[in-house]
Design a binder for this molecule. Structure first.
Ligand SMILES: [Mg+2]
Length: 226
């Protein structure tokens, strides 16, 4: 059991089940596009959406346009299909963006033992929308987004910004995240203890990082944080 003065968290795939949400929302968008007349099979559209995310990143704002554009549809019809996709995507988002099991109750308990904060590579508006939607928006003493430091993890700046805000030394802090090469590497370089959220891990580990803890369920943090 460690003695931590602060616990910092990544947001997507650590607190929020971001991939489940993305899959459900992409499926809803693909279905809507077909329903409005996109001449394609649903499965193909779904895969194409993820190809765009792979190429441009999951925060890309013109995903559906990229999917529809190659079909050379009349502009009104193309716009109709695009807006239908956006509406379906947002409806799905509002219903399916949820924290992993045990996150809310565990954070409530952790808050009594240590300061808690978020360090995310999402833009500020997206991060806060996700926090509000998942009802996590009042829990954290600091939320550092890409807009605050203009750089992404594993750069040290966003981690330092959060520690400074909480007035805690790196050696007294634990970082919890799903991404080895960004979350674990960045926090470790600063001298924080690191905990990999294995349940959210989707990316290959390219960098060797000595992990202090690994969890398969968020509630295990209660044993780690003294
Ligand atoms: Mg993440």
């Amino acid at each position: 059991m460690g003695e931590f003065k602060a616990v910092l968290f990544d947001l997507d795939n650590t607190l929020l089940d971001f991939w489940s949400f993305k899959q459900k929302a992409a499926k809803a968008a693909a279905r809507a596009m077909i329903r409005k007349g996109l001449p394609e099979k649903e499965g193909r559209v779904y895969r194409k959406i993820f190809e765009v995310y792979d190429e441009y990143g999951v925060e890309y704002q013109k995903t559906f346009y990229q999917v529809i554009h190659p079909y050379r549809l009349e502009v009104g019809q193309a716009e109709r299909i695009q807006q239908a996709a956006i509406v379906a995507y947002l409806r799905s988002k509002f219903n399916s963006l949820k924290p992993y099991p045990g996150v809310v109750s565990t954070l409530g308990k952790l808050k009594k033992r240590a300061k808690i904060g978020i360090v995310t590579d999402a833009p500020r508006n997206k991060a806060w929308m996700r926090l509000v939607l998942s009802r996590l928006d009042r829990l954290f003493e600091t939320v550092v987004t890409t807009d605050d430091t203009k750089v992404k993890k594993p750069h040290r700046a966003p981690f330092e910004a959060a520690l400074r805000k909480l007035r805690v030394e790196a050696s007294d802090a634990l970082f919890v995240g799903d991404n080895n090469d960004r979350d674990m590497l960045g926090a470790k370089k600063l001298g924080m203890k690191v905990c990999l959220a294995k349940y959210g891990e989707k990316f290959k580990r390219n960098k060797k990082v000595k992990l202090d803890y690994e969890i398969k369920d968020f509630r295990e943090l209660l044993e780690i944080v003294g």
